[in-house]
Design a protein around this ligand. Structure first.
Ligand code: RB5
Length: 155
């Protein structure tokens, strides 16, 4: 991914420390980062921060976002309710790669209570470096948002 495009990142308290480490690591590599919070280890709801980041990606203000909570589960549930958002909760390199190649994931979700720092960095780097294959996968991802009338919640 082009380093000029800013990445929006957000977490709850449970993953605040990993968010800070990923942010510093990405800044050190020359990426532009917008930090949507949280800004401390004080207890907060992951829903608020998930909505902030997913909303910005959904509206096209950011092409990519990273969300973290304790397990990543709550953040992925919130993010995937937003139109145009394809949030991938991953803890292994193969899933991260495929989330880009086949699903064109635009939000990477990580579990701060699950991952070590080095693995988290590798997951993020792989996610940023891997492109979307397009073709038949483009039609498939386009049909996700086209499913609105079939029960997808409008946002
Ligand atoms: C916070 O305790 C925890 O519930 C949250 O970080 C996340 O894991 C929810 O899915």
């Amino acid at each position: 991914m082009d380093k000029c495009q800013p990445i929006i990142i957000g977490s709850d308290h449970a993953a605040f420390e990993l968010k800070e480490k990923i942010k510093a690591w990405l800044l050190g590599k020359g990426y532009r980062i917008e930090d949507a919070g949280t800004h401390s280890t004080a207890s907060v709801s992951y829903v608020e921060y998930g909505k902030k980041v997913a909303g910005e990606v959904s509206r096209g203000h950011f092409s990519r976002g990273i969300l973290l909570c304790g397990t990543g589960l709550g953040m992925s549930m919130v993010a995937n309710r937003f139109r145009n958002v394809r949030a991938a909760l991953c803890s292994d390199i193969f899933s991260v790669k495929m989330s880009r190649v086949h699903n064109d994931s635009n939000i990477l979700v990580l579990g701060g209570r699950i991952l070590g720092d080095i693995l988290a960095f590798e997951l993020v780097q792989t996610w940023l470096d891997t492109g979307f294959e397009g073709g038949r996968h483009l039609e498939r991802i386009q049909s996700i948002d086209a499913s609105q009338g079939e029960g997808l919640i409008p946002v």
